[in-house]
Design a protein around this ligand. Structure first.
Ligand code: NAD
Length: 479
């Protein structure tokens, strides 16, 4: 039987229920997954107060003791891996394999930053003065606000929370409206592992209400946001205006380049994995493929065959490679982009039929102009536009001719081509013979241009830099 989750805000260690939002399974609307609060600014105010009260005690714990709580939380998540993955499929729609991988990622992120508790610190440097030692300390910022999207509702909160907590901050998290259950599982694991009351607070509600209250609260020292470029840029401006610290990770229009010397079958598999897996709802999804002329026709045929494998279905059914689009609103945006492309005269090598409920077939478009919306705008659905470039240099120019710079990939057997691509493409993540999607948790992640604030990176050990500040201590003595 499917559980109905009644989600509460978590403020100062106490639960505050609410039922302003109802979330139904996108693959099965008869399955009511959760009810959750539509909070007001007063809940954010209370959460920031609770976080401010709890933070000094948390920061004064030895870092390895903070890390031990993250490690224990990872073990709790591991014990509930399957249950949490199934809830993630029900509320977001991704496939069970994708959901299992995402929960696994949260477990590993908690372990990684748990062990960072043994390593946090700054360099010790020689002083120009005699009998003086200089060392640097990294101090917690205080209260930090985290705002997260629905597409990775466990992994993204985990990769923001874990470095924030290990660095000694208290957190107020505002999860996406569509996916409150996933975040609740993370919070439960941390509470059960012994996280002191008030160190993590979760407030559910609308972005323009709860998110806005968090972003404008002067007691919130830093805001880390992942989501759309429009909202991210607004948050960046707002936090800068009050001289807070801000990190925004936003959209992408990620390109996969397929050169004449590529293995065509492998390139089509890579394009399908990058474009259709996760229903194309990944910030690093490949939503445009740029082929050189010698490979174009064979590639389109191979990708069209791949598209058949990604027929959409219920993520809980074994064998489903692609789940539904997350919501009616998201589907409306994706189908509007497809219809606009149709009006502009593109050819559908795959897809193009009306969706069934939220099930949208993988769509492969050819013949789109370089300036067309489908070739330039983020779509965030299983839609891939295949374009043609004259050669590698033209392809690189086309990749870079974008407001975004998140991820890019090239399929080639030439080391020289791969190196030229890696050196010249302006994107935060470059892949060679691998999909644009898929990241390692120990590797810095972020983009350039309108994809990212491009200041502090997320993930890997560098992630703690955003959540801490550096202090230089000159220690002198007299013999
Ligand atoms: P979104 O911007 O609509 O929402 C993201 C979060 O911001 C949600 O919690 C939302 O409630 C909140 N929000 C909305 N308006 C707000 C406001 N005025 N003030 C404060 N908070 C507000 O994005 P989404 O639809 O949830 O996610 C999809 C987008 O996220 C895509 O553009 C995708 O590319 C991007 N994304 C980026 C990355 C990355 O690392 N670069 C990762 C995943 C998703």
């Amino acid at each position: 039987m499917s559980t109905l989750h009644r989600i509460s805000n978590l403020i100062g260690g106490k639960d505050f229920p609410g039922d302003g939002y109802e979330r139904r399974n996108p693959a099965d609307p008869s399955d009511l997954v959760s009810v959750s609060p539509a909070s007001g600014a007063d809940a954010v105010d209370a959460a920031v107060t609770a976080a401010g009260d709890a933070q000094p005690g948390w920061a004064s714990l030895p870092a390895p003791a903070r890390g031990a709580i993250l490690m224990d939380a990872a073990e709790i998540l591991r014990g509930r891996h399957e249950e949490i993955a199934r809830d993630l499929v029900r509320e977001e729609g991704k496939t069970l394999a994708e959901a299992r991988g995402e929960v696994r990622r949260a477990i590993d992120v908690f372990r990684f930053f748990g062990s960072e508790g043994w390593r946090l610190g700054g360099p010790t440097l020689p002083s120009s003065q005699p009998d003086t030692l200089v060392h640097t300390r990294r101090e917690a910022l205080g209260v930090v606000g985290l705002i997260t999207p629905w597409n990775f509702p466990i992994a993204i909160p985990a990769w923001k929370m874990a470095p924030a907590l290990i660095a000694g901050n208290a957190v107020v998290l505002k999860p996406a409206e569509l996916t409150p259950v996933s975040t609740r599982h993370l919070a439960d694991a941390l509470v059960q592992a012994g996280l002191p009351a008030g160190v993590l607070n979760v407030v559910h509600g609308a972005g323009p209400v709860v998110g806005e209250a968090l972003v404008t609260d002067p007691r919130v020292a830093a805001v880390s946001f992942t989501g759309s470029t429009t909202v991210g840029m607004h948050i960046e401006r707002t936090v800068h205006e009050r001289r807070g610290r801000v990190q925004v990770e936003m959209g992408g229009k990620n390109a996969l380049v397929v050169l004449d010397d590529a293995d065509v079958e492998q390139a089509a598999q890579i394009a399908a994995a990058g474009g259709f897996a996760l229903t194309g709802q990944a910030c690093t999804a490949s939503s445009r493929v740029i082929c050189t002329p010698g490979v174009y026709e064979a590639f389109v045929a191979a990708l069209t065959k791949q598209a058949e494998r990604y027929r959409p279905g219920n993520g809980l059914d074994g064998g489903t490679l692609m789940g539904p689009v997350v919501s009616e609103q998201q589907l409306a945006g994706v189908t509007a982009a497809i219809e606009r492309a149709r009006d502009e005269g593109v050819t559908f090598a795959a897809g193009g039929d009306a969706p069934q409920g939220l099930m949208l077939a993988p769509t492969v478009l050819t013949g789109a102009g370089r300036e067309s919306a489908v070739a330039r705008d983020e779509i965030f659905g299983p839609v891939v536009a295949v374009l043609v470039a004259e050669d590698l240099d033209d392809a690189i120019e086309l990749v870079n001719d974008s407001r975004y710079g998140l991820a890019a990939a090239v399929c080639t057997q030439s080391l020289a081509h791969a190196q030229r691509f890696a050196a010249r493409v302006r994107a935060g993540v470059i892949k060679v013979n691998r999909p644009t999607t898929g990241l390692d948790l120990n590797v810095p992640f972020g983009g350039v241009k309108d994809s990212s604030s491009n200041t502090f990176r997320e993930q890997g050990t560098v992630a703690t830099e955003f959540y801490s500040w550096s202090k230089s201590v000159y220690m002198g003595w007299d013999d």
